[in-house]
Ligand binder design. Structure first.
Ligand SMILES: Cc1cc2nc3c(=O)[nH]c(=O)nc-3n(C[C@H](O)[C@H](O)[C@H](O)COP(=O)(O)OP(=O)(O)OC[C@H]3O[C@@H](n4cnc5c(N)ncnc54)[C@H](O)[C@@H]3O)c2cc1C
Length: 461
């Protein structure tokens, strides 16, 4: 590829938007976990949809592959140009305008480079609430969150990203712009094409803007941590809380004591906020109504009095709430100090969480006795982060552990990725978990929209 061809990208995005210096490109060429590394001719940072369209047209004419990238916090290496000879990374960080916010209608129109925490703040300022929340929210961008159909902690009530997108604007792999920035709640006119791009991991086009749903601000927030002897008790407590609190329940996370033990080893001065037991259930209930605290507490107390949970701690102020959530959100970070992890971001039907965790735990213990299983996560929607910590000195291949765990996931009718996506990390496993007909339908859509295969090649398919 000639130097002029690359320099011409600078004419489109401005020369401060084109990075060609190998040292400056580095942060854009590896994934968040620093496990995957790629190469690119340049990193291009457009400022507008029009610039994205011109960049795509230029790349197509030159036969250059394009890898869309947002905050680069993805966990499937979908935004890393691994093994590509002639590729550019198209990073949306400079497209961060809030185009419109309509508090009354409950909508916000944002460009794809808006960072999630900024969207939450904009909603708050308008007296509204944007419910998507995850540990990477200070860096993850709307385009990336849409392209991975991100989940997070509030899926139980609000659904994942797919349920929060009303309108979408996409630059297709030929450089044309598909504008569907509608704010409608109901719209059955033809195919709902925006769904093709939500969760497509940048393989079908570049998301440049979206209309998102906003919700009423929540005035009652109750966060509780139950202590329970077994995972079965934790799931029983979840079922009891869910039927008593109904739509008030926004999050339900299960945490094994081994995760608490791991964090406590490195934070000895921080007291765990509940009595120690085998498992914990973190449950959060919220409402737009204020003053529901006592009613919610009565429900929580019932669970303890019914003998399901041994104890329950309820946060009485934002600092206590944060302290409870910290024990959930730093599990992965704590694990890292004990070795490398074979990670499984799986989902099973909620009714199968207990047998799945038990069966997979026993199978891993038998096959890889030196490892430690840390299974935690969004119990309310069946998404378990089934992590297997491999001690540093062991030479166990994570892929061997993956095959074993995913076989059990499949037997329970589950999915090998509930949140993070396929990307390049799990691409070779996908055909074993989707029928030939499903794979053909996916390939047909890809072929129709990206016949030259230049949009994020090597990801997903
Ligand atoms: C600490 C931590 C916690 C996390 N917790 C969660 C969690 O709870 N739930 C969850 O679902 N995920 C979670 N993730 C994963 C990650 O944050 C999400 O996948 C997020 O959506 C990625 O957004 P991003 O902007 O960083 O995208 P990137 O990493 O830049 O890209 C992700 C994928 O989307 C594509 N893409 C990016 N932008 C665009 C665009 N504009 N148009 C088309 N394609 C695009 C990329 O090509 C890539 O395939 C977590 C990650 C970390 C590091």
């Amino acid at each position: 590829v000639s130097r002029d061809t690359i320099e011409a990208l600078g004419d489109i995005v401005g020369h401060d938007g084109l990075i060609v210096d190998p040292a400056l490109m580095q942060p854009y060429l590896s994934d968040w976990r620093d496990r995957f590394h790629g190469r690119a001719l340049a990193v291009v940072r457009p400022r507008s949809t029009a610039e994205v369209a011109r960049v795509v047209e230029h790349c197509v004419a030159a036969g250059i592959a394009m890898v869309p990238q947002g905050g680069n916090t993805g966990l499937a290496a979908g935004a890393t140009p691994v093994g590509l000879e002639r590729a550019v990374v198209i990073n949306t960080s400079r497209m961060r305008a809030v185009r419109n916010i309509d508090a009354a209608a409950g909508t916000i129109a944002v460009e794809s480079g808006c960072v999630l925490s900024d969207v939450q703040a904009a909603a708050r300022q308008a007296g509204r609430y944007f419910p998507l929340s995850l540990a990477a929210e200070g860096s993850a961008q709307i385009g990336g969150l849409i392209s991975t159909n991100a989940g997070g902690t509030a899926v139980l009530r609000y659904g994942s990203m797919r349920a929060l997108v009303l309108g979408l604007e996409v630059v297709l792999p030929d450089g044309s712009v598909l504008n569907g920035m509608r704010t409608l709640r109901k719209d059955n006119a033809g195919f709902d094409w925006k769904q093709w791009f939500i969760g497509a991991e940048g393989t079908l086009g570049i998301v440049t803007a979206a209309v998102l749903r906003l919700f009423p601000a929540q005035h009652t927030i109750r966060t509780a941590l139950f202590s329970l002897p077994t995972i079965e008790d934790a799931m029983r407590a979840f079922a009891a809380v869910e039927s008593a609190l109904g739509e008030l329940l926004v999050a339900a996370e299960i945490i094994p004591d081994i995760a608490v033990e791991m964090r406590a080893r490195f934070h000895p001065s921080e007291a765990f906020p509940a009595p120690r037991d085998g498992w914990y259930l973190l449950a959060e209930a919220t409402s737009a109504l204020s003053g529901l605290e006592d009613q919610i507490d009565a429900v929580l107390l019932d669970i303890v009095e019914a003998g399901i949970a041994k104890g329950c701690t309820v946060a009485n102020n934002p600092a206590q709430r944060e302290a409870i959530w910290a024990w959930r959100e730093t599990i992965t970070e704590s694990e890292r100090r004990f070795g490398t992890s074979a990670k499984h971001d799986v989902s099973v039907p909620v009714s199968a969480v207990v047998p799945f965790v038990e069966e997979a735990g026993a199978a891993v213990a038998a096959a890889f006795p030196s490892t430690t299983v840390v299974a935690f996560g969004h119990a309310g929607d069946g998404n378990i982060h089934f992590n297997v910590v491999i001690p540093q000195q062991e030479s166990i291949a994570a892929e061997d552990v993956n095959v074993l765990v995913h076989r059990i996931v499949a037997a329970y009718g589950g999915s090998i990725t509930a949140e993070h996506g396929i990307g390049r990390y799990r691409r070779d496993e996908l055909p074993a978990h989707r029928s030939e007909a499903e794979m053909s339908a996916m390939r047909a859509l890809k072929q129709a929209l990206d016949p030259r295969g230049l949009m994020n090649p090597g990801a997903v398919l």
